[in-house]
Design a protein around this ligand. Structure first.
Ligand code: IPE
Ligand code: IPE
Ligand code: MG
Length: 246
């Protein structure tokens, strides 16, 4: 088989959608889908490590997800704390550094303490930066960055805003994947995804396995990123990039 060099994205961002439908198909409670989603995420982290991805950012709970039934919201909070207890030792074994991105003020003191502990326990790791967006919204991030600059009396420019974002410690995502078949952003990384390559998968998140990740990476690798320039300026032959069309 002919092999061409694959460009692995430095930073992959994922909207992990479809847990509820996965559970519904099996006549299980929605929280069972979220539990299965944690396992899928654990496998995804391992697959990213094996492929040399350096930053993984996932959307785990949006600012808007508070509007769900209260038992689902409290189930997700409990699952987060449980998942940290189980996964942090594994993340440490694999050199993964965790960051939680989002507004923590609305989270309980128990959850807030869990997040801080997980971050400090993994702070020395350097193989993969793993950002978990929790009580996060792209609009929240832009607003909090602007507020930060205003309170310091600093000018608001693209550069200063960029540096004040909660995700300022990583470069913008190269590849943004959404599972679950919906073709929308749902308030994820509105600022940082300006030039990300988008990949929409019909698979529900608990079914998004290594092969599905490879499919997304292969699609990314076949794209030509022009950042406003022409193909000729890039000095590379134009690639057909219509796999999401039709
Ligand atoms: C994504 O799966 C996880 C969260 C939003 C917490 P969903 O729970 O949105 O699953 P569907 O979209 O209902 O299938
Ligand atoms: C986006 O999924 C948020 C997360 C994956 C955490 P949603 O299921 O909340 O998105 P909508 O409501 O379908 O847009
Ligand atoms: Mg959903």
């Amino acid at each position: 088989m002919a092999t061409s060099a694959l460009t692995v994205p430095h930073h992959i961002a994922i909207v992990m959608d479809g847990n509820g439908r996965w559970a519904k198909k099996r006549f299980l409670p929605r929280i069972a889908g979220h539990k299965q989603g944690v396992d899928a995420l654990s496998d995804c982290v391992k697959a990213c490590l094996a492929r040399g991805v350096r930053v993984l950012t996932v959307f785990a709970f949006s600012s808007e997800n508070w509007n769900r039934p209260s038992d689902e919201v409290s189930g997700l909070m409990d699952l987060l704390v449980l998942a940290l207890a189980k996964q942090v030792p594994r993340l440490n074994d694999n050199g993964v550094r965790l960051h939680f991105i989002g507004d923590r003020q609305r989270l309980s003191t128990r959850v807030q303490a869990g997040l801080l502990e997980a971050e400090s326990n993994t702070a020395a790791n350097q193989r993969l930066v793993f950002n978990v967006c929790f009580n996060y919204g792209g609009r929240w991030d832009i607003a909090q960055a602007a507020q930060k600059l205003a309170s310091r009396g600093e000018a608001i420019t693209e550069q200063s805003l960029d540096q004040a974002m909660a995700l300022a410690h990583v470069p913008d995502p190269d590849l943004l994947i959404r599972t679950g078949g919906e073709l929308r952003i749902s308030n994820f990384m509105l600022w940082q995804a300006a030039y990300s390559e988008l990949f929409f998968s019909a698979r529900l998140w608990p079914e998004f396995d290594e092969a599905a990740l490879d499919e997304a990476i292969a699609a990314y690798s076949a794209r030509e990123r022009r950042f406003g320039q022409t193909s000729a300026q890039l000095g590379a032959p134009h690639k057909v990039t219509n796999e999401n069309a039709a």
